[in-house]
Design a protein. Structure first.
Length: 411
């Protein structure tokens, strides 16, 4: 088989496996849940059912290969998601959306045509389609997280938290040095990952672990805001906090990372007399070595695998912050990828040399508004391909729904 054919087959396999993943996440919804809006600032779930296919159609067939549309209304209706400021919810009704059967039949036809066209499209376009779908695998997971338990069928994968002593908040010294941010020209990346450049970072100290629920609980007891993922249950004798997991509520796992907003993470850091890492400091902590060489992953050059961390859809919920020591960085910093994105102190903006992607000009640029912060790393439901060093995520500072953790820095 020729190299081109092999490469093509590999891309088709990646697309098929990404489709399996998003189909699986949709399969966890009970019938009445599809028209729900679990997060007020996002579309109803039914939008995403059409969006994944409409995106592939618009990108591959319509814009890249100039294929005439068979359903222009759906191509447009399902083209874009929304990101209004927190509190400004959309006002559409379930009846404003098409019937599920109609969407599923559109989806089947899109898949069939896309599969026929895949050989004609440039590889980068297919990479965009695959990563876009995998990102939505994560988006769908946190949307589902916010549905009432009775609206979803259990996808199992419960986490067993082992009772052990509270994890100590140790700090690790990071020597001054260079951090390479961004992606090399020629390699696949989204527009905001370019251009690659180096930043000189002075020495600092960084938390060995992500901040835990137990540590954050002290802050809540001192008057800090409780996170969105927690529920308080009061009895006559006591007040206890629970973590609202994907499929069940559990007594607060004190050694798991706390999932918070950027505002909550910043307030905690201020209370603790520390700061959040900048994007460049995160890179130094994650990818730097004492020899001042850089690595593609915190643990080295090996491709991501489940022994290195909690990512790639092996668990729905976080594990303890000291799990997976095989994923530690060269200087012993834990869980820099997986088990929760990490908020940085850096506002999301373009690197020098930024050019919007012609096939998807709205991917990053509308968010260069000083209203979004960079997150690095990855969550339990971030696909392995997006754990590459240059990948950047971003959210509004008070958006509480994402699997976003943080660690502390002192200069
Ligand atoms: Fe999308």
């Amino acid at each position: 088989m020729s190299t081109a054919l092999l490469a093509n087959r590999a891309l088709q396999e990646r697309l098929d496996s990404a489709r399996k993943l998003t189909d699986y996440v949709f399969s966890l919804l009970k019938a009445d849940a599809l028209y729900s809006r679990p997060i007020p600032e996002r579309h109803r779930l039914v939008f995403y059912l059409g969006h994944l296919e409409a995106f592939d159609w618009n990108l591959i067939a319509r814009k890249t290969l100039d294929v005439p549309s068979f359903h222009p209304t759906f191509d447009q209706l399902f083209e874009f998601g929304i990101d209004p400021p927190v509190g400004q919810a959309a006002s559409d009704e379930p009846s404003d959306w098409p019937a599920v059967d109609e969407i599923r039949s559109y989806n089947r036809r899109v898949r069939a045509v896309v599969d026929e066209l895949i050989e004609q499209a440039p590889d980068d376009i297919i990479h965009v389609a695959v990563e876009h779908r995998l990102m939505h695998g994560e988006t769908l997971a946190y949307l589902l997280h916010n549905l009432p338990y009775q609206q979803k069928a259990s996808g199992a994968m419960p986490v067993a938290y082992s009772p052990h002593g509270a994890i100590v908040a140790a700090m690790i010294e990071i020597a001054p040095g260079l951090a390479t941010l961004g992606q090399k020209r020629g390699a696949f990346g989204w527009d905001n990952e370019f251009a690659e450049h180096q930043v000189d970072v002075p020495g600092f100290r960084v938390g060995k672990h992500k901040v835990t629920n137990g540590q954050y609980l002290d802050f809540v007891r001192a008057g800090g805001a409780p996170p969105h993922f927690w529920t308080e249950r009061k009895t006559q004798q006591s007040t206890r906090w629970f973590y609202r997991g994907m499929f069940s509520e559990v007594l607060l796992p004190v050694n798991a990372p706390v999932y918070v907003t950027h505002a909550e993470a910043s307030a905690y850091a201020h209370w603790a007399g520390k700061t959040l890492p900048t994007e460049a400091q995160f890179h130094r902590a994650a990818y730097g070595t004492p020899e001042n060489l850089e690595r593609p992953y915190p643990w080295g050059h090996a491709e991501p695998s489940s022994k290195r961390g909690n990512f790639d859809f092996h668990q729905w919920d976080p594990v303890d912050v000291d799990a997976h020591p095989a994923g530690d960085s060269a200087t012993g910093v834990s869980q820099l990828v997986g088990n929760g994105w990490e908020w940085t102190a850096t506002k999301f903006g373009p690197f020098a040399g930024f050019q919007p992607m012609p096939c998807y000009p709205g991917y990053s640029q509308p968010f260069f508004d000083e209203e979004h912060y960079v997150l690095k790393g990855g969550s339990p439901v971030t696909a392995a391909c997006m754990l590459r060093r240059s990948f950047r995520n971003w959210f509004r500072p008070n958006y509480p729904y994402v699997y976003a953790s943080f660690r502390l820095v002192e200069e």
